[in-house]
Design a protein around this ligand. Sequence first.
Ligand SMILES: [Zn+2]
Length: 261
Amino acid sequence: MANAIFRSRPICANTWLIQGDGSNSYLLVGDTCGVVIDTGFATESIQAYAQTLADRPVAMAANTHGHFDHTGGNGWFARAYMSAQALEIAKTPYASLDASKYPTAYPVTVVGDGDTIDLGNRMLEVIEIPAHAPSSIAFLDRRERIMFTGDEVDARVMLYWIQDEPQPTVEQHALNMEKLLKRREEFDFVCGGHERVMAAASLVEEYLENDRRIMSGIEGGPMVLPDIGPADFHLYQIEFKRVSVFKGTSVGYDLRYVRNR
Ligand SMILES: [Zn+2]
């Protein structure tokens, strides 16, 4: 499908990766309807694009967290599912974007641990994993055995944030990884918010190992600013920021937010 903004490719049965502006988006289609997990911040309708791929109605969006590079396209959908914490920021475009281009009057259904989204013979379960963002949730696709993790498990994970949000601790991220690993029997793949697509589920174990190394006192190297994301973001007090690279993982964190358990 030719489109000026969006590209897509199938990643497993009835499931597509869609890339436009901002985060990865994933279209999942069940027997009755489809949902788009994370909607990027393109100013054209990702809903209309997703509908060209699906043979069932695609009216719902769902967000792994409230950062606008994941929620900006929600307004093209009839409804968005997100956590209560995401709702606080999901409708606020980054300052560098033209707010008039983003419809934000869409209705929201707040979801939390154990809630499900039923696509028809394809159930998504919500698992709260707040660290990179206080609003983070994962979606477990039990049928296709995929864990959609947003920015909490990806090629790089940033455990600090620059919006007015509580700073995450490495310990909290480790607890979240332990929580996901309790469900390890139910998924084989991880789909992240920006880079990792259908990665092996062992990535979650590697992140837990990296977190534990940091918590045990092994210090990462100095932070080099990633050249991704909107220019709104600046990293203050960079002298406290570190990045720990281990196996297939990379954790950016703030030295002041590592506590000894
Ligand atoms: Zn994010």
